[in-house]
Every structure is written in structure tokens, then in C-alpha cells.
Ligand binder design. Structure first.
Ligand code: ZN
Length: 425
């Protein structure tokens, strides 16, 4: 005889734009909106990028407080600006060695250790998966390595899962079998983070058959989770189901090499190195600019960047707080690449420039990207269904990923002190 338990289930359809939700393409999201409350003003964070949103989700805090500033970011190491790909499996372990902490605020996994535990199944980058629980308090499942408490490696046979719709289907099957069925491991918090439709939207135009097929597939995975949650509830469990996305997408129409522009203007000797103590780090349609504390020309550099035709908004000094950042750790400023309302060939609005990544191929023109503060990349969706949420309601409050942890922790009866976000129920 099992006793009724409280549980929270979070499903993320990575990169799903709220305005692309339709009864034809996403019947399960639409069905959930009827049973639960949708958040019509739900926004992403800055950069609107998966690893950053994963950390904000896990901690309920802004990037300036948890410390994972970008999908790619720099650390000040022995006074030097060192660029890092935060998607690398070892990034947060490295950050702990450099700064003393993997993330600077507790994760839900830490708060739930000994209180029902957590299990995260992620089919995005390893760095984003491990950002949910870098210190090993609960279970994390990822193709790059799965871990139990104490970061004990688990052999679960998902090493060959692919970051696409087929891989999402396998991860969902594993998730349903191990994390949320009544006789499974039954963690208090179970997170399923699908790689689609983000992966396909980066290599198919938004609104094209390839991108829409990925949206439909991700919606089907949500439907599978909804069915198992219904079984759990029929068995008497009090399950809060949250379904959403981390950011939207917009169409790339221009790629800018920000470091080359800085070099051309004489602020550094060569584009991609941090040797002069100045480095712009692309986060897709957003960009973080780092400057060595020994240099004194920060204001001139900000003024130069702001005057460029490809620059959207630029945040420096005290204005960084408005987007959840601060001028510390070598961060000089953050900027968004310009964007406009132009529609692509498939009639999907939102286009603009993206910043060329360090040492990697630039985005291909005509495909989706995100990272900035444009209206459509800042249009993820969120639906909450369960106790505390009115069926069919449309909540127009400001809400963002930092509100997920306080909402989940309240449902589970665990304190959410120190979170920047608030409870949505
Ligand atoms: Zn994402």
C-alpha cells in the first residue's frame, strides 16, 4: 500500500515559441492550457540561452547571483580572462575549482536532498544538464554521463541517445519508467528537458516542415508525460505539472564578428584572443563583453559598441542589474544584437543579427537562433496544472524561469529562501 505523496513534474520543450502553439501542431500543450493556468507574459532571462535558463530554473535566481552568466562566458583566472563553453560537461566542476562554487546559490536538487529528492533527464548539452545539480545531490541523466547522489556514475544505457526527436523519445521513455511512475524511483521533483524543437529550429527555418515536425514530436512527448501524471493522480498523488520552454527563437539574417570589429577599431590586436584583456563572447543573438580589470578604456569600448548598426541594446554598470547581471568577474557589458519584426519565408516574424561564436562556425542565415531580448526569443511558454492553479485561466503577471523553483518548492513544502523569483500559485 503506497501512501499519497506530493510531487512536481517539470517538462521543458527547449526553444518552443509561445506564438507557435496551435491546436493542430501542439494539441497536448493546448489541452494542458484548458486544464491548467497559462502564463501569457512568461519571459526568458538574459542571455535567453539554455544553460543560463537551466541554472536560473535550478536555483530560482538571476545569473548575477548563481554565476552562470552565459551559454559561453569567461572566468577571471589569475587575473586573466579565460573563455569557456558552459555546455562542456566539466565546466561547472572547473568553475568550482576557480571560484569555490559550481553555482553560487543552492539548487532545487540540494534543497530536496533528504526531502524526496530530484531526478533530471536532459537531452540538451551536458553543461545545461549538470547545471541542475552540479554538486550531486540527486539524480541526473544525460548521454554524456548519468549520476546518482554524490555524483556516483550510473550505468543506464543512454550514452547513445541522440540530441534530436528520436533521442527525446528515448529519454522520455526512460523518464516515465524511472522517475514518475508510482512504482518507479518517484523523486519529489522530476524534470524532463527535451532537446526539441530547439535542435531542429537551429537547422531548419522557423515555420518550415522540419521545424514544425520537431514541435509536433516534442508535444507528443508532453502528452506521454501527461498520461502518466494522470495515472499518478488517479493513484492519489498530488502532482503539480509544469510544462514550458526556456526561450523562443528568431531568424538569423546577419552574422557579426564582434571581436573583429573591436580589433578593427584598435581596441585589441587580434580578433579571437583574450590576450589584450578584451573579449566579446557570443551568446547567439546576445553577447557578453569582458575586459581585464587592468584596462581603463571600458567606457570608450561601450560607446563604440553602442554606436554600431548591429548593436541592439547595451547594458553596462548599474544598468546590468536590470537584466539580472552585474559588472563583476571581468564583465564589462552585455549587448543584444539588433532585431526587427521581419517575417521569414514561412511567415514567422522576428529576424536579426547574431554574434559569431569564438572558434566555431557562424550561424547559418535563415535558421533560428536566440540569446537576446527580442520579442520572439523572449516568448517561451509556461502552463501550470495542479493544486493552486485555476483550470483554463490566463495569468498575465510578469513571470520567468526564476519563478519555477519557488513554485515547485512551495508545492513540495520546502523553503525557497534566497530565491530571486516568487511562487506563481
Ligand atoms: Zn534552449
Amino acid at each position: 500500500m503506497t501512501t499519497a505523496t506530493r510531487a512536481a513534474v517539470l517538462v521543458i520543450l527547449d526553444g518552443m515559441r509561445r506564438d507557435l502553439i496551435t491546436p493542430e501542431l501542439t494539441p497536448n500543450i493546448c489541452a494542458l492550457m484548458v486544464r491548467g493556468t497559462q502564463f501569457a507574459a512568461y519571459r526568458s532571462v538574459f542571455p535567453s540561452a539554455t544553460r543560463v535558463v537551466s541554472s536560473c530554473t535550478a536555483t530560482g535566481c538571476q545569473p548575477r547571483h548563481h554565476g552562470l552568466r552565459g551559454n559561453s562566458m569567461a572566468l577571471l583566472e589569475n587575473g586573466q580572462i579565460v573563455p569557456h563553453d558552459a555546455g562542456h560537461p566539466d565546466f561547472l566542476q572547473h568553475r568550482r575549482r576557480v571560484t569555490g562554487h559550481a553555482l553560487d546559490r543552492p539548487t532545487m536538487a540540494e534543497r530536496l536532498a533528504g526531502r524526496g529528492g530530484s531526478a533530471v533527464f536532459s537531452n540538451v548539452s551536458p553543461g545545461a544538464a549538470y547545471a541542475h545539480d552540479p554538486d550531486g545531490f540527486g539524480f541526473v541523466y544525460h548521454r554524456a554521463g548519468s549520476f546518482g547522489p554524490g555524483r556516483t556514475p550510473l550505468a543506464v544505457g543512454i550514452e547513445d541517445v541522440t540530441p534530436d526527436a528520436e533521442g527525446d523519445a528515448r529519454m522520455t521513455k526512460q523518464f516515465l519508467g524511472e522517475a514518475i511512475t508510482r512504482d518507479g524511483r518517484n523523486a519529489a521533483l522530476a524534470v524532463l528537458w527535451l532537446g526539441e524543437p530547439d535542435a531542429s529550429q537551429h537547422c531548419h527555418p522557423l515555420g518550415s516542415p522540419g521545424a514544425n515536425a520537431a514541435i509536433a514530436a516534442a508535444d507528443t512527448r508532453l502528452g506521454e508525460v501527461m498520461a502518466v501524471v494522470a495515472q499518478r493522480r488517479a493513484g492519489g498523488d498530488n502532482v503539480l505539472l509544469l510544462a514550458g520552454s526556456d526561450h523562443g527563437h528568431q531568424t538569423v539574417t546577419e552574422v557579426i564578428d564582434v571581436n573583429a570589429a573591436l580589433a578593427e577599431a584598435g581596441f585589441k590586436s587580434s580578433g579571437e584572443t583574450a590576450g589584450d584583456g578584451l573579449l566579446a563572447i557570443s551568446n547567439g543573438t546576445g553577447c557578453l563583453v569582458y575586459l581585464s580589470p587592468t584596462r581603463t578604456d571600458g567606457q570608450v569600448i561601450c560607446d563604440f559598441l553602442r554606436s554600431q548598426p548591429w548593436c541592439g541594446q547595451l547594458f553596462e554598470g548599474a544598468t546590468l542589474a536590470g537584466i539580472g547581471h552585474e559588472a563583476s568577474g571581468g564583465l564589462l557589458c552585455a549587448l543584444t544584437m539588433r532585431c526587427d519584426m521581419t517575417s521569414n519565408a514561412f511567415g514567422v516574424p522576428g529576424s536579426g543579427a547574431s554574434a559569431k561564436p569564438l572558434g566555431a562556425k557562424p550561424d547559418r542565415l535563415g535558421f533560428g537562433q536566440h540569446g537576446g531580448l527580442g520579442p520572439w526569443e523572449q516568448m517561451p511558454f509556461l502552463v501550470a496544472e495542479g493544486a493552486g492553479f485555476m483550470p483554463g485561466a490566463v495569468d498575465t503577471r510578469d513571470a520567468s524561469p526564476i519563478d519555477l523553483a519557488p513554485t515547485i518548492l512551495r508545492h513540495l513544502g520546502v523553503a525557497a529562501d534566497g530565491c530571486d523569483g516568487g511562487c506563481l500559485s
